[in-house]
Ligand binder design. Structure first.
Ligand SMILES: [Zn+2]
Ligand SMILES: [Zn+2]
Length: 170
């Protein structure tokens, strides 16, 4: 926990760059040579899910959405020091346009579309963090807004299939 490990690093004892790249799980830090902590946790050695993520971390039920969001927020704070709330929202616009374009054109590759949804969510989450909101703030505001929307009556807009809520005069 705490400090995040970078994905590749060089072994200073050896000069051959290709051979000394050690593959390391970004999340738990295990390598091909030392996976003892995964074995301790799951009873078996992990596999690679991607370049920098091991199967023990990927299928770990303790990695809830909240844990992942927390890890992501820390990553953003360390990695994008000059980003601002406004710059995150600008990036969100680009990401959303890209995603919308692909959905609109119907060129769906499910894994790519999902990754773009995640890109949008990441921009939103980092923007919210830079705006001073916590994950708990978001959880409560989400519940509040959902309850509000559940109580409303909704009108279909045939021109674009969106819905607007009926204005109620208090
Ligand atoms: Zn791992
Ligand atoms: Zn492992």
């Amino acid at each position: 926990m705490g400090v995040m490990l970078r994905c590749w690093f060089m072994d200073s004892k050896n000069n051959d760059m290709e051979k000394t790249k050690i593959r390391r799980c970004y999340s738990c830090g295990c390598t091909d040579d030392d996976c003892s902590q995964c074995i301790e946790k799951t009873g078996e050695p992990c596999r690679w899910i991607s370049e920098t993520l091991c199967s023990a971390c990927y299928s770990n039920p303790d990695k809830t959405l909240e844990c992942i969001f927390t890890e992501f927020r820390q990553f953003c704070a360390e990695t994008y020091p000059l980003a601002t709330e406004a710059s995150c929202l600008e990036k969100l616009k680009h990401e959303a346009e890209e995603l919308s374009g692909e959905v609109w054109r119907g060129e769906r590759k499910e894994s790519e579309i999902l990754e773009e949804y995640v890109d949008c969510l990441m921009c939103l989450l980092d923007g919210m963090r830079r705006g001073g909101f916590t994950i708990e703030n978001m959880r409560l505001a989400f519940l509040h807004k959902l309850a509000k929307n559940q109580k409303r009556d909704w009108i279909h807009n045939p021109k674009d299939n969106t819905y607007s809520h009926k204005k109620v005069n208090a």
